[in-house]
Write a protein that binds this ligand. Structure first.
Ligand code: FAD
Length: 391
C-alpha cells in the first residue's frame, strides 16, 4: 500500500491487489513507529494522521516477575514524534489508501487474490489473480510481492527462503477495557509464561505466547484453566476473563522468521514480510516493511517513470535493505532465544536478562533499544516527489 501510494504520487501507474474485502485483519500488530511518523511528516500528512484515534507511548516497559523494567525511552529520539503510536492496522491502511486514492494513477483492487505469476522470456510479466468475477491476468513492467509472511508471490517465483526459526506462536485475544485499568504495559514474563497487552482504548488486545506447536496442548487443558492462567498473569483482567467464551475467541497466530536469499528476479521484487518475515519481538515488522517500500520507491521511481526497471535497480533495493533486515532479525532471534525460549521452558521465576539489568541500573541505556525500536537501522526518507503538486 505504501509503495503503491508513493509511486502513484510520483505519477506512476500502480495496481495494488488485496485478497480480502477490507483490512480488518488481526495479525499485523498495531505499532506505528517514530520513523514511520517521520515519513508522514515528510509527506506533509502527519497532522492529519495524528487526528485519527490512536494512543501515544513515550516509554515502554516489561514486567518480569513482579518487577517493572523500563525497556525504551523514546523522548530523546531525533524525530518530530518522540513516541510510538498505537493505531489498529486497518485504520493505518485505510488512511494510506485514502491518500493514495487522491492520485489517478492509484488503483486498489480489493477481493483480488494473486495466485500465480505470468512469465515471458524468463521475465516476470505480471500476475494471475482470482476475483469475485473469475480469474484475471494483470500485466506489469514490475511486479512487487508485498503479500506477507505466507507469500504466494515469492513461492511462485521460486525464490529460496532461509528459515531462521521461531520458538513460539501466539494466541491472540481481546478483553474489554474498564475504568481503573492500569496504564499500558507491553509485556509480562512470569514463570514459564509470556503475556502481551496492547491498550486499544475500548479493549485490551492480548497475546499469550506459547512454545512453537504447543497450541493443541494448551487447548487440551481446557478453557477454564486457560482463563485462570490469564487472570494470574494479569490480575486486573480477572473480572472479565469469562469474555473468552471458547477457543474461537483465541486465534492462533503462527510466528515465522525467515529471509529470502535473493529478493528479486527480472521483473519482480519482494519487500516486507514477503522478503523477510519478522518476529513480533520489538513490534518492528510493519516499520521494516514500510522502510522497504520507501527505499523501493526512491530507487525504482526514476526507472519506472522512464518505463523500465533494470535488474541492477532491483538488486540495489535488496542491497540497501539487506543490512537493516539482517541486523533487526539478529536482535529478534537473540531475544527469542535468550528471553522467550528460556521464559517458556522453565517454571522457575524468570531471571532478568543481562541487557535489562543494565538498563535498570543505567536508565540512559534505555535510549539504545528506543532507537532500534523507534527508528531502526538505516532509516529511509522520502526522496520521491509529488508530481501533482510539485513538492
Ligand atoms: C503475532 C504477531 C504480532 C505482531 N505484532 C507486530 C507489531 O505490534 N508491530 C509490528 O511492527 N509488527 C508486528 N508483527 C510483524 C508484522 O505483522 C509484519 O512484519 C508486517 O505485517 C509485515 O507487513 P507486510 O506489509 O509485509 O505484510 P502483511 O502485513 O502481512 O500484509 C500483506 C497483505 O497482503 C495481503 N495478501 C496476502 N496474500 C495475498 C495474495 N495472494 N493476493 C492479494 N493480497 C494478498 C494480505 O491480506 C495482507 O493485507 C507481528 C507479527 C506477529 C506474527
Amino acid at each position: 500500500m505504501m509503495l503503491g501510494f508513493l509511486l502513484a504520487r510520483s505519477g506512476i501507474d500502480v495496481i495494488v491487489l488485496e485478497k480480502h474485502a477490507d483490512f480488518l485483519r488481526d495479525f499485523r500488530g498495531d505499532t506505528i513507529h517514530p520513523s514511520t511518523l517521520e515519513l508522514m511528516y515528510e509527506l506533509g500528512l502527519l497532522e492529519e494522521f495524528l487526528k485519527r484515534p490512536h494512543q501515544e507511548t513515550r516509554e515502554i516497559a516489561a514486567q518480569v516477575g513482579n518487577e517493572t523494567i523500563p525497556i525504551g525511552d523514546f523522548t530523546h529520539l531525533p524525530t518530530h514524534c518522540k513516541f510510538l503510536a498505537f493505531m489498529p492496522q486497518w485504520d493505518f491502511l485505510n488512511f494510506v489508501a485514502e491518500k493514495a486514492n487522491c492520485y489517478p494513477e492509484f488503483h486498489l483492487k480489493m477481493q483480488t487474490e494473486a495466485t500465480d505469476l505470468l512469465q515471458e522470456n524468463g521475465r516476470i510479466a505480471g500476475v494471475r489473480a482470482k476475483t469475485q468475477d473469475g480469474l484475471i491476468e494483470i500485466r506489469s513492467g514490475l511486479t512487487v510481492g508485498a503479500d506477507g509472511r505466507h507469500s504466494v508471490i515469492r513461492q511462485r517465483a521460486g525464490l529460496e527462503v532461509m528459515d531462521l526459526g521461531a520458538p513460539m506462536d501466539v494466541l491472540w485475544m481481546r478483553f474489554s477495557h474498564r475504568s481503573g485499568d492500569p496504564r499500558q504495559s507491553l509485556g509480562r514474563a512470569s514463570a514459564g509464561k509470556v503475556f502481551i497487552m496492547i491498550d486499544r482504548n475500548e479493549y485490551w488486545q492480548c497475546g499469550y505466547v506459547i512454545a512453537k506447536g504447543a497450541a493443541e496442548q494448551t487447548r487440551n487443558q481446557g478453557i477454564v484453566k486457560f482463563r485462570e492462567e490469564i487472570a494470574r498473569l494479569a490480575p486486573f483482567l480477572q473480572d472479565r476473563v469469562g469474555e473468552l467464551g471458547d477457543w474461537n475467541d483465541a486465534n492462533l497466530l503462527t510466528v515465522k522468521v525467515d529471509r529470502l536469499k535473493k529478493w528479486f528476479r527480472p521483473g519482480l521484487l519482494c519487500i516486507g514480510d514477503s522478503a523477510h518475515a519478522m518476529s513480533p519481538v520489538g513490534g518492528v515488522g510493519i516499520n521494516l516493511a514500510i522502510q522497504d517500500a520507501v527505499a523501493a520507491a526512491n530507487i525504482l521511481g526514476p526507472g519506472l517513470a522512464a518505463g523500465s526497471v533494470a535488474e541492477s535497480d532491483l538488486e540495489s533495493v535488496e542491497r540497501r535493505r539487506d543490512f537493516p533486515t539482517r541486523a533487526t532479525q539478529k536482535l529478534q532471534i537473540a531475544v527469542q532465544n535468550r528471553v522467550i525460549r528460556r521464559a517458556l521452558s522453565t517454571s522457575a521465576p524468570p531471571k532478568l536478562p543481562f541487557l535489562l539489568r543494565l538498563v535498570r541500573r543505567f536508565p540512559v541505556l534505555g535510549r539504545f533499544p528506543a532507537r532500534v525500536i523507534g527508528i531502526g537501522f538505516r532509516p529511509e526518507h522520502i526522496r520521491t516527489r509529488d508530481m501533482h503538486t510539485s513538492h
